[in-house]
Structures are given as structure tokens and as C-alpha cells.
Write a new protein. Structure first.
Length: 259
């Protein structure tokens, strides 16, 4: 009988706790919606306006995402802001419908082909130890700091996973998922058009991609398949060198032909 009463009390406690949690969430939404209406009200005094903004900022000098002004309405609810960002970013990724076609014949610049991706445990260790612990991680919540602490333990299982991925031509679905972070680029922070998305991917997937990149880049360099004018994404090179080169050519042209 006592056990039955305890079970009944436990279920009652769960019910009450759930109701209290739902009530708190509802009241918070009601509170922030009320503040949003005040922000959108032109009759709101300057003092009240900035006081409300400080409430939204939660004491931060620079908020991550301030209330967004969309269709003459301030959006302050976190979930609503996320949905608006998702809709806006998704729209930017729509494919352009045009008459472009992939060429039926491809002119090969070399008879050599890259058929395998080769790596060993030392290659994996080297990539892990070169990771920046200050960089963000993906949705799996496995931080770079933790990976670097456990680097020697992780090498063998990662090697088995990477090898299996290559043999089966499969890239794990979980490594394709990312956390999309809106990054403010310029001008008004309340205008959603002034944000750009940054994808935070799982670190293990990025390690695998780096192994593949190293193999492909080595192949391209070996067979001289990269143009000298290609500076982006090349080690010890950058677009700055291209700008310097163009500037040098312009000034040289002026010097040889002043007229």
C-alpha cells in the first residue's frame, strides 16, 4: 500500500512540475511579447525603450542577436527569430534555373588519375594537433579541446571509420548536419538581410575532409594542374598576393607607357 501511495505521489509531483514549467514558459513568452509591443510603439519614451533593450540583451554590451524588425514588427522570441533566419537563409539557397549544361566531353590535362586516398595514424595525429581549440564545434557537442586531449586514443577508431568511409564511398549523415549561426556583417543589426550564415560542422568530419584535401592537393601540385593565378585556399598564398601582382602590373604599365 505504501509503495502504491509513493508511486501516486510521484506521478502527482511529475504532473505539477510539468504544469509549473509550462506556466513559466507561457508567462515568459507573454512578458517578452509585451515588451516587443512597447518597442514597436512610437509613443514609448526613450528611457523605456533603452531599458527594454537592456532586458533583451541580458546585461551584455553586445547582444548575439537583438530583436529583429520584420514586416513592421519587432521579433524578440528566440524560436521565432530562428524560424525567420531559417526561412531567409533557405531562400538564398534556391538553385537558379537556366540553360547551363555540363560539357559532354571533358579535356583532361593529364593522363594520371587519383584513385586512392592514402593516410596513416601520424597524418590523423598531425591534423588533430593542428586544430585551434578556440574554434567552435558542431551539433555533436564534441569540442576540439576534448579531441586534442584524447588524440592518441582516438586515432585507431578514426582510422577504421575513415577507411570504411572510403571503401564504401559513404560520408556519415551525422557529419553532414551543422549548426547554422547568423553572423552580422554590416549596418543595422535588426535587419535580417544584414546577416550571413556560418555552418558549424562536427570536427571528426572536418578531419576526414582534411585528409582527402591533403591527398588531392598533393596530386594537383605534383602534376601542375593548378594555375599560378589561383591564390585562394592555397598554403602560403592568398588573394593579397594577387592584388599586389595586379597593382605591380598596373604601375609597370604606367612606367613603360606614360602617355
Amino acid at each position: 500500500m505504501k509503495n502504491h501511495n509513493r508511486h501516486r505521489d510521484f506521478l502527482e509531483l511529475q504532473r505539477v512540475t510539468s504544469e509549473v514549467a509550462d506556466l513559466i514558459i507561457a508567462k515568459k513568452d507573454e512578458y517578452y511579447n509585451r515588451l516587443s509591443k512597447k518597442l514597436n510603439d512610437p509613443n514609448t519614451s526613450t528611457k523605456t525603450y533603452w531599458s527594454i533593450l537592456k532586458t533583451f540583451y541580458n546585461g551584455k554590451k553586445i547582444p548575439v542577436i537583438p530583436p529583429l524588425f520584420i514586416e513592421d514588427t519587432f521579433i524578440s522570441n528566440f524560436k521565432s527569430k530562428a524560424n525567420h533566419f531559417n526561412k531567409f537563409f533557405s531562400f538564398q539557397c534556391n538553385p537558379l534555373i537556366n540553360g547551363s549544361q555540363i560539357p559532354s566531353t571533358i579535356l583532361y590535362l593529364t593522363n594520371e588519375k587519383i584513385s586512392t586516398v592514402e593516410f596513416d595514424n601520424d597524418d590523423i595525429i598531425k591534423i588533430i594537433r593542428a586544430l585551434d581549440i578556440n574554434k567552435a564545434h558542431g551539433h555533436d557537442d564534441i569540442s576540439i579541446r576534448m579531441i586534442k586531449i584524447c588524440d592518441e586514443v582516438l586515432v585507431k577508431p578514426l582510422s577504421l571509420i575513415f577507411t570504411n568511409c572510403l571503401e564504401t564511398c559513404t560520408f556519415p549523415d551525422l557529419w553532414k548536419k551543422s549548426n547554422i549561426i547568423p553572423i552580422h556583417k554590416k549596418n543595422d543589426k535588426q535587419n535580417i538581410k544584414n546577416y550571413r550564415p556560418v555552418s558549424l560542422l562536427p570536427i571528426f568530419g572536418k578531419i576526414f575532409e582534411r585528409l582527402i584535401f591533403n591527398n588531392i592537393f598533393k596530386f594537383l601540385e605534383l602534376h601542375q594542374l593548378l594555375s599560378e593565378k589561383q591564390s585562394g585556399f592555397r598554403p602560403n598564398d592568398s588573394c593579397v598576393y594577387q592584388l599586389l601582382s595586379i597593382t605591380h602590373e598596373i604601375f609597370s604599365a604606367f612606367d613603360t607607357n606614360p602617355s
